[in-house]
Design a protein around this ligand. Structure first.
Ligand SMILES: NC(=O)c1ccc[n+]([C@@H]2O[C@H](COP(=O)([O-])OP(=O)(O)OC[C@H]3O[C@@H](n4cnc5c(N)ncnc54)[C@H](OP(=O)(O)O)[C@@H]3O)[C@@H](O)[C@H]2O)c1
Length: 273
C-alpha cells in the first residue's frame, strides 16, 4: 500500500491516478476527506502534515510514502514507526542552491536533510516551475493581456503529470532509492513565450505585458508572507535559481519524453475558455 500526500494537488492527484492504474492500493491523504475529490480507486484518508500524530493510522501498513516538503521531521519518525520502507520527497530546484537564507530553499533543504537522516530509503524529486502556474493567469487571459514579472527569466516548465510519473515509478520500485531527480519539461521558456503558446493553442490574441518588480512585489505580498516574496525575488530578480537547464529525468525514469507546454495547454484548453 502506498500513501500519497498532496493527493488533491497538481502532482499528488496525478500520482494517485497512475498508481491506481498500475493496480496499486493507494491511500490519498487530505485534511478533509468529506470534501476532497480523489481519483476513483483510491481511499481518501484524513491527515494533517502539521500534526504528525494524525498520520499513524494513515501510514499503518504502508510500503511507500509520497511526501510534500516543509513539514516537521516528526513525519519521518511516524513513517519509521509504521514500517514504511521508502519515501519519495517532492522538493524543488532551490534545494540544490544550499541557500538557507532563502525561506523557500530552506524548507526544502531542511526536509531533504531530515529525510536523509531518518534512515528511511529515499528518492528526491526536484521539479522546476510547474506548467500549472499558468492557471494564475486565467483572469488576465480572459481579458486578453497577461501581466507578469521577470520577462527575461526562462524556465523549463514541467507538467505536474510528468513529475507524478517520475514519483510514481520511484514509489513502486527500489531501483530509484538514493537518487536525486531534477525534473523539467523539454524546453526553457520565458513568460512571454508561454503566453504566446497559450494564445496559439487557444486560437486567441493574448498580449504579454512586463509587470514591473514593485507592482509584482505588492501583488505577491497580498498573497504570501514577506519571506517567501523575498525568496522568489532572490530566485528571479537576483538570479539565484536556474530553472532553465533541461534535464533528461522524465525520459530516463518513465521511458517517454516530457510533455511540452503546448501539449499541456491543449490538454487543459477547456480550463482557459
Ligand atoms: N508551483 C511550482 O512551480 C513549484 C515548483 C517546485 C516545487 N513546488 C512545490 O510543490 C508543492 C505543491 O504541490 P502541488 O502544486 O501538487 O500542490 P497544490 O496543488 O498546491 O495543493 C496543495 C496540496 O497540499 C495539501 N496540503 C496542504 N497543507 C496540508 C497539510 N497541513 N497537511 C496535509 N496536506 C496538506 C493539500 O491537501 P488538502 O487541501 O486536500 O488537505 C493539497 O493536496 C509545494 O511544496 C511547492 O513548494 C512547486
Amino acid at each position: 500500500m502506498i500513501v500519497v500526500t498532496g493527493a488533491t494537488g497538481n502532482v499528488g492527484r496525478e500520482a494517485v491516478r497512475l498508481l491506481v492504474d498500475w493496480g496499486e492500493q493507494v491511500r490519498a491523504l487530505t485534511r478533509d476527506p468529506a470534501t476532497a475529490t480523489v481519483p476513483p480507486g483510491a481511499e481518501a484518508v484524513a491527515g494533517d502534515l502539521t500534526d504528525p500524530s494524525s498520520l499513524a493510522p494513515v501510514l499503518a501498513g504502508a510500503e511507500a510514502l509520497f511526501l510534500l516538503s516543509g513539514y516537521a521531521p516528526e513525519v519521518f519518525a511516524e513513517a519509521q514507526k509504521a514500517g514504511v520502507r521508502r519515501v519519495v520527497l517532492m522538493s524543488g530546484g532551490s534545494a540544490e542552491t544550499g541557500d538557507r537564507t532563502n525561506a523557500v530553499a530552506r524548507y526544502m533543504i531542511d526536509t531533504e536533510d531530515a529525510l536523509r537522516a531518518s534512515g528511511l530509503a529515499w528518492t528526491m524529486v526536484r521539479p522546476r516551475m510547474f506548467m500549472t502556474n499558468a492557471f494564475q493567469w486565467l483572469p488576465m487571459i480572459n481579458a486578453g493581456a497577461v501581466r507578469a514579472p521577470w520577462p527575461d527569466v526562462p524556465a523549463a516548465v514541467v507538467d505536474p503529470a510528468d513529475i507524478a510519473a517520475v514519483a510514481a515509478k520511484a514509489l513502486v520500485s527500489a531501483d530509484h532509492e538514493g537518487r536525486v531527480y531534477p525534473v523539467t519539461g523539454p524546453e526553457a521558456l520565458r513568460p512571454g513565450d508561454r503566453v504566446r503558446i497559450l494564445g496559439e493553442v487557444l486560437g486567441r490574441e493574448i498580449r504579454y505585458e512586463v509587470q514591473p518588480d514593485d507592482e509584482a512585489r505588492a501583488e505577491m505580498l497580498a498573497q504570501m508572507p514577506e519571506q517567501y516574496v523575498d525568496a522568489f525575488f532572490s530566485f528571479y530578480s537576483g538570479g539565484k535559481l536556474d530553472e532553465a537547464t533541461v534535464f533528461p529525468s522524465v525520459e530516463e525514469v518513465t521511458g517517454r519524453p516530457p510533455r511540452t507546454f503546448a501539449d499541456w495547454a491543449r490538454a487543459n484548453a477547456a480550463r482557459f475558455r
